[in-house]
Design a protein around this ligand. Structure first.
Ligand code: N01
Length: 549
């Protein structure tokens, strides 16, 4: 089979005459969509990737704000499927910047000849399953129609950005930015009065750099976040060469770990060790990586008292850095357990609040009431600024999937099926939506893991399942209702065993008014999840039905 990017299927009637027919359609040309394209092509499937953005790269194409960098180490946040690729590519820093990751994505696309399989600037509007022929009809916003057997949503977990739900957002007369739609040309804040709303990972990375340029920076914080020093540094040739010698072992350790990042497995409760010993343990992992603190003890994420020992350790660190005790206290999270909102890695975030040109507004005390022509108003006063930066996050996990009109068997909308929150089998498939796969969908470890590890595992699972079906002479793979129910219950039970549901986080859908409050990721561990998926594949995919329509 060959690629048919520009080949109309040539059906007989009406508007369907320009419907293009492919074996597989992938939505999204980020790290998952590109690897899916590669795997499907290896199977000989005609495959096209539809990408809304102006270039490949997904999240790393859009999120170009100052300081944007991955907080998983570069040598772990990279594809492992090709030993040659991992040997030939050199990273320059411990944590890769957004431009460096984008260069890497282009290198991968060049090396594996993927560019010609991607249609850029093409946003999918709808995807409808045909009960008669067992194929999907996908329509783009520009009105193109595609007819495909396989449909893979590689749309990312954090792709649909959101603005605050306050009046006047569109009325501000100055420059407005969202971290997830940052301009491609550098933005100069020199001497300007800037407001940043939001102190999640994006805000925490951007704020120190904006503060260096701005004449005056006001940070509007609704929830104080736990952040740890990244301790980023250049990656020496020696360190890289050493790691490359044992890359296979590192990859295997990541795949079998809890979070997709190899850290020693905890063996003790935080509460059964002496406080000095515990403190020393926290010091030893502090600033080493994103997950070390949370993974220090067996009960850090399931027992509130155990968790509080880690939370207080972070607060102590904040007090050590921030000179003004009142500001330090405002920056200290007290309303959610450590780790139940995504913790951050930063480069100089807390120290930024020692600068005379930086001010912190606690929105818990004085909530935002509106955006005005000249700035931002809280319940206390108006702040006049020149530039307004929204670092206000995303409609996570489900937002991009539900932004499209997706309909399965009998024309049932996905939005209807997910009215009370997402249900899925393995976070990969939804019963009643045959041959529709989600890469790192809700119900899989996804955002609780090193995304690269989870992406590769999902893409490989999908490619293998499709190959298995085709080898049997089947074209349709569909999760059963029973399997979906069982998995969704399991995801919920494991989530409820932890402290995660206690936070008003985007993991819970709590940042989007009206969104069902459901813990959407699977916290059973990357390694356990992979072992479960591998076992299903080895057993001939129980929980999946195979057919030819
Ligand atoms: O978004 P967020 P993000 N009024 O949702 C605030 C990944 N990521 O773009 O917490 C006032 O975390 C909101 O307040 P609250 C990573 O997984 C990774 O920063 O809802 N404030 C919060 O402070 C991350 O978790 C990397 O009370 C409002 C902020 O805006 C995820 O993306 C880098 C508000 C939003 O924070 C999302 O991160 C960047 C309102 N109406 C992102 N609405 C790396 O790998 C929202 N806020 C390094």
């Amino acid at each position: 089979m060959t690629d048919t990017l520009a080949q109309p299927a040539g059906t007989a009637s009406g508007s369907a005459s320009d419907t293009r027919r492919v074996d597989a359609l992938v939505v999204g040309a980020g790290l998952s969509g590109l690897y899916m394209l590669h795997r499907f092509r290896e199977l000989g499937l005609t495959t096209v990737v539809l990408e809304a953005g102006g270039d490949i790269g997904g999240t790393w194409y859009w999120n170009r704000y100052p300081g944007a960098r991955c907080d998983v180490e570069s040598m772990e946040y990279s594809y492992s499927f090709s030993p040659e690729l991992e040997q030939e590519w050199d990273w320059t820093e411990k944590y890769p910047t957004q431009p460096e990751i984008l260069r890497y994505v282009h290198h991968v696309a060049d090396r594996f000849g993927l560019h010609d399989g991607v249609r850029l600037g093409t946003r999918v509007a709808s995807a409808h399953f045909g009960d008669e022929d067992g194929r999907w009809t996908v329509t783009t916003e520009a009105g193109e129609r595609w007819d495909t057997e396989q449909l893979v949503m590689a749309t990312g977990c954090l792709s649909t950005s959101k603005l605050p739900e306050i009046p006047g957002v569109g009325t501000f007369a100055g420059r407005t930015f969202h971290t997830a739609h940052w301009p491609h040309d550098p933005v100069d804040f020199t001497g300007r009065r800037v407001a940043v709303i939001g102190t999640g990972s994006s805000g925490i990375q951007a704020i120190p750099l904006i503060a260096e340029q701005a004449g005056d920076l006001t940070v509007f914080q609704r929830t104080a976040n736990f952040s740890m020093p990244a301790n980023n540094a250049p990656l020496s040739d020696e360190a890289q060469t050493e790691r490359k010698k044992t890359y296979r072992e590192h990859r295997e350790a990541a795949r079998t770990s809890g979070f997709g990042v190899p850290v020693p497995e905890a063996t003790q409760s935080a509460l059964e060790v002496d406080p000095d010993e515990r403190h020393a343990k926290y010091e030893s992992v502090w600033g080493r990586n994103l997950v070390g603190l949370l993974a220090s003890y067996t009960d850090s994420i399931v027992d509130a008292d155990a968790n509080e020992t880690a939370a207080e350790f972070v607060r102590e660190k904040i007090r050590e850095v921030v000179h003004d005790p009142e500001t330090a206290e405002t920056l200290s999270p007290r309303d959610h357990p450590f780790g139940t909102k995504r913790p951050c890695l930063d480069s100089g975030y807390y120290a930024t609040f020692n600068r005379p040109n930086v001010h912190l507004v606690d929105l818990k005390k004085t909530p935002l009431t509106e955006v005005t022509e000249h700035g931002v108003r809280t319940s206390e006063r108006e702040y006049e600024v020149d530039d307004l930066v929204f670092a206000t996050g995303f409609d996570a996990m489900t937002g991009s999937l539900l932004a499209m009109d997706v309909r399965g068997r009998g024309g049932r909308p996905l939005a209807d099926k997910w009215a009370d929150g997402p249900v899925s089998h393995l976070g990969l498939q939804v019963a009643g939506f045959p041959n529709l796969y989600m890469i790192t969908g809700p119900g899989s470890p996804s955002v609780l893991s090193n995304m690269m590890v989870s992406i590769e595992q999902h893409v490989d699972f999908v490619a293998d399942a499709v190959a298995f079906a085709h080898a049997r002479g089947d074209t349709v793979v569909e999760s059963t209702e029973d399997a979906e129910r069982g998995w969704t219950d399991h995801v919920r039970e494991v989530g409820e065993y932890t402290l995660y549901p206690r936070a008003d986080s985007w993991y819970m859908g709590a940042n989007v008014p009206g969104k069902p409050r459901v813990f959407m990721a699977y916290i059973g561990g990357v390694g356990n999840y992979r072992a479960h998926c591998d076992q299903l594949a080895a057993d001939g995919y129980p929980g999946f039905a195979f057919s030819s329509t």
